[in-house]
Write a protein that binds this ligand. Structure first.
Ligand code: GCO
Length: 450
């Protein structure tokens, strides 16, 4: 059956500053929490870091030209806050503005719409030293940063995303310590939830006051939660995990309220009018999705519940299950269900699929090609799920593959290759994988290729 996507559908790829840019100490960039974390021995696999990454900072023209060759018409990237404000606030660093300005001009010259993510996890270390997201002062500082970016770039960029995956960086950054800044402290985690929500609201206000031509929303990582067994504890844990993972940001930002139990927990931090500020009638919801999450009860976790995690066998499945290199399951139905849940539960919003993809152990073969057939199959199945959701009334406007380039996969370093373009991390040479050509055909024909 023909797989025709709507007219004006945006086909893109996504990246994030710390994962690809490199140039960690150039042009007066300040230190971020990821610079600190990745230089702390034992935090990252093989003690790797993003100092050079894919060197996109110097190679962006080559990368954009590769995007244009397959006619991507959108590109989602994030701004490194520390390039704009090396210490998080104060005087704007013109060199940082210049870099993103050149990047945006290059995209537009190639007919690619820029999607700006303001925060993809690389908080200025100077702000972390003052408590980071656990300190309420950050809400105003983030709004000021948002306003500067909107003022500088709204003449050329229509789409702004405030945060990338608040659930991920709050849980892994403040509760289980797996990511920067590496805390395991529920007393820091709880205020962090509220301050991120509030920062989102203030940021949307600041962006809209800078320009009326902008579409703004937040990108959330949402996924159906599945109990790992039928035990009472695991069933209960699944509800708890769903609240923190899926609802702690979507509900306040898109419905104007916290789930009841969470509201009680956050009570100390919520002030008059906060909920109104958070609920901004966003232009869209951004969805990052990879798989459903299997959950089990875990007394050692500060939530008492834990989702199956990178690099471990998802709880409750057979040992020989076919998984991606992250240890993630391939479940296109979960993608369909998640998109439909946004439609029914969050008021049928415009949905931008801002990330979806998979890691596999890619190799360049004797002919100089990367035969990433597993990845192509993954995209085929997940895109069919997207098409099905569209046919059933979901207002999906874009699909961004994660990722354009192989890159620095946070605590897991460089081993997990997610790109549709292969990067040799020694020479930094780019080699398009077969999945890159899959997207070329898809975009050319508006049809999922066989
Ligand atoms: C995230 C981020 C990306 C990841 C990708 C694969 O979800 O963690 O948005 O930066 O690299 O999702 O894990």
């Amino acid at each position: 059956m023909a797989e025709i996507f709507p007219k004006n559908f945006l086909w893109g790829a996504a990246t994030a500053s710390y994962q690809i840019e490199g140039a960690a100490n150039e042009d007066e960039k300040g230190k971020s929490i990821w610079d600190t974390f990745s230089h702390t021995p034992g935090k990252i696999k093989n003690n790797e870091n993003g100092d050079v990454a894919t060197d996109h900072y110097h190679r962006y023209k080559e990368d954009i030209s590769l995007m244009n060759d397959i006619k991507l018409n959108a590109y989602r990237f994030s701004i490194a806050w520390t390039r704009i404000f090396p210490n998080g606030k104060g005087k704007v660093n013109q060199k940082g503005i210049d870099f993103y300005s050149k990047l945006i001009d290059e995209l537009l010259a190639n007919n690619i719409k820029p999607f700006i993510t303001l925060y993809h996890w690389d908080l200025p270390q100077a702000l972390q030293d003052k408590g980071g997201w656990a300190n309420r002062d950050i809400t105003k500082i983030f709004a000021d940063y948002s306003e500067v970016i909107a003022k500088k770039f709204s003449d050329r960029c229509e789409y702004f995303i405030t945060f990338n995956e608040p659930a991920v960086f709050s849980i892994h950054g403040y509760l289980d310590g797996y990511m920067a800044p590496g805390y395991k402290d529920k007393n820091k985690y709880l205020p962090t939830i509220h301050h991120i929500n509030l920062s989102h609201g203030q940021s949307v206000q600041a962006i809209r006051s800078a320009s009326s031509n902008i579409k703004v929303g937040c990108t959330l990582n949402m996924a159906p939660c599945i109990p790992s067994s039928t035990n009472k504890e695991d069933l209960e844990a699944t509800k708890v995990f769903d609240t923190y993972w899926n609802r702690s940001f979507a509900d306040p930002m898109y419905l104007g309220k916290y789930p009841e139990k969470l509201f009680q927990e956050l009570n100390n931090y919520i002030r008059t009018d906060d909920m109104k500020t958070i609920y901004q009638n966003n232009d869209f919801i951004g969805l990052n999705h990879y798989q459903h999450i299997r959950v089990k009860s875990d007394k050692n976790n500060l939530l008492g519940a834990r989702g199956a995690f990178n690099d471990e066998l998802p709880f409750g499945i057979e040992k020989d299950a076919k998984l991606t290199l992250m240890g993630w399951e391939v479940v296109p139905d979960a993608y369909y269900n998640q998109i439909m849940e946004l439609k029914t539960h969050y008021g049928n919003p415009d949905i931008y699929l801002t990330e979806n993809g998979c890691a596999y152990p890619d190799k360049i073969d004797a002919n100089g090609e990367v035969q990433d057939t597993d990845r192509i199959n993954y995209f085929r199945k997940y895109l069919s799920a997207v098409k099905r959701a569209i046919d059933n009334g979901a207002k999906v406007k874009s699909y961004f593959a994660w990722s354009f380039l192989d890159n620095f996969e946070w605590a897991l370093g460089y081993e997990k290759r997610f790109g549709i373009v292969y990067v040799d991390f020694k020479t930094l040479k780019r080699t398009p994988k077969n999945s890159y050509y899959f997207f070329k055909k898809l975009i050319e024909n508006n049809f999922i290729p066989n």
